[in-house]
Design a protein around this ligand. Structure first.
Ligand SMILES: Nc1ncnc2c1ncn2[C@@H]1O[C@H](COP(=O)(O)OP(=O)(O)OP(=O)(O)O)[C@@H](O)[C@H]1O
Length: 423
């Protein structure tokens, strides 16, 4: 039978205010090698924070320090305001459960026995599991979808199945805090999404979770906040949309990325770009809808400074330009193009090295197309733009076509590419 928790063990922490987990000034070294220092972040109860960052940045190390299995060189981990180092190992394992990164554990146990290990912190030295423990184990196996493997040897499972069993073991521990090290690493996309949906459901039930996650798009979609570790410390922390920017990602991962928005959500969508020479050109895009949006993404990804318009506000191309921080000249939908908006777009086109037309273009935008010296049209799915006056290229060839144009000398009167919209 389980030990009855002492009166002050029933979770006095649950009713407190303030963050559930607070990491302050954390530094960890192995020998004289510093891995991380000055790590500060906090996790509100009932929220999921993702630790992201390149290989070797210290994500696992920070998780280990949080659960108290390695001694930090400096700093303190507080669980609900109390330094965790003041707690016994057993008390910590009633507060914090974790899943390891690897699943190559040489357990000679069945799945059920493995999950039952999660009850250890709740049992006295000579106690056997009681009814409450058995129910906790069953619940955990159900929630992690491993009940049907209950009698199989742990070692007979696939990597993804093992990962879910280890999650079930952590759930059986029934702790307020869950630390997950790469919980989706060996999972196919279906199980990865199901696992993170489960973590979200647990967080919705009041658990507090921290997960090291390599897949930035899954992290962006499921985490309330991200902590980006790189170069020995925290490079950025906060909402995914504020952390996952091209600049921060370049700084942390030394990689070029295109950051847009995941369809149907506000979460950022990170697309890594192949290394190539940046196309240093100013380009004005005329057009609407997905073709123009794709042209904007492609040109920004290639390194161009891009402006767009005139385009109805709310159009996909206008939204993509806003996502990518490009200047856009917009007018309200169905309002027609007024003279001021048209003139602003004409000025941008005239100052650009190239005008690119993609998607539908109304008559009102003809002066904008004509204002640019060199114009390139992008083939669309529906039909290639057939004007003989313009080169027509597929989207994939657009950066090269733009790069082949000579740059127009900068004019003093060049309109700023950083001004905001006209509407
Ligand atoms: N026990 C150890 N002894 C010496 N160095 C270690 C030890 N554990 C980790 N390191 C080093 O600390 C650094 C951070 O490792 P850690 O596993 O925390 O990174 P990570 O961000 O989780 O990486 P990954 O994304 O590859 O899992 C690495 O350089 C690693 O080699």
């Amino acid at each position: 039978m389980s030990e009855q928790p002492a009166a002050d063990d029933t979770n006095p922490r649950e009713n407190r205010s303030g963050p559930m987990l607070d990491v302050s000034g954390l530094a960890v070294s192995f020998g004289d090698q510093s891995v991380v220092s000055g790590v500060d972040f906090s996790v509100d109860r009932g929220s999921l924070v993702g630790l992201v960052g390149p290989n070797g940045a210290g994500k696992t190390t920070v998780l280990r320090a949080v659960k108290g299995t390695l001694d930090p060189a400096a700093g303190t981990v507080y669980v609900d305001g109390e330094p965790i180092r003041n707690e016994s190992a057993k008390a910590v394992s009633r507060l914090v459960a974790s899943t390891p990164q690897g699943t190559n554990l040489s357990f000679d146990f069945s799945v059920k026995q493995t999950v039952e290990m999660g009850r250890t912190p709740h049992l006295g030295r000579f106690d056997r599991m009681g009814e409450a423990d058995r129910r906790a184990v069953e619940r955990a196996m159900e929630r992690a979808s491993v009940a049907r493997f209950a009698d199989r040897p742990f070692t007979s499972l696939s990597g993804g199945e093992r990962q879910r069993v280890l999650l079930a073991r952590a759930l059986a521990q029934e702790t307020p805090i869950l630390l997950l090290d790469e919980p989706t690493a060996s999972l196919d996309i279906n199980h990865a999404v199901r696992t993170l949906e489960l973590v979200r459901a647990l967080v919705g039930d009041g658990k507090t979770a921290v997960a090291a996650i390599h897949d930035l798009n899954l992290a962006a979609r499921y985490c309330d906040e991200l902590v980006l570790l790189a170069g020995g410390g925290v490079r950025a922390a906060g909402r995914p949309v504020d952390v996952l920017t091209s600049d921060t990602l370049r700084d942390a991962f030394n990689a070029e990325t295109l950051v847009t928005t995941q369809p149907g959500t506000d979460a950022p969508l990170v697309t890594p770009l192949p290394e190539r020479d940046s196309v240093d050109r100013r380009v004005h895009v005329v057009g609407t809808g997905k073709p123009a949006a794709a042209a904007v993404s492609t040109l920004v990804g290639a390194g161009c400074r891009v402006s767009v318009g005139v385009v109805p506000s709310g159009d996909t191309a206008a939204e993509r330009a806003a996502d990518l921080d490009c200047e856009r000249v917009t007018v309200p939908a169905f309002a027609g193009i007024d003279d001021a908006a048209r003139q602003h777009a004409v000025d941008l086109a005239a100052a650009a090295d190239a005008v690119v037309r993609a998607g539908e273009i109304g008559d009102g935008n003809s002066p904008v197309v004509e204002a640019g010296g060199a114009c390139i049209a992008v083939e669309t799915d529906e039909s290639a733009y057939t004007s003989t006056a313009h080169d027509t290229v597929p989207l994939t060839a657009l950066p090269a076509a733009v790069a082949s144009l000579p740059p127009v000398p900068e004019q003093d009167a060049t309109p700023s590419l950083n001004q905001s919209t006209t509407d």
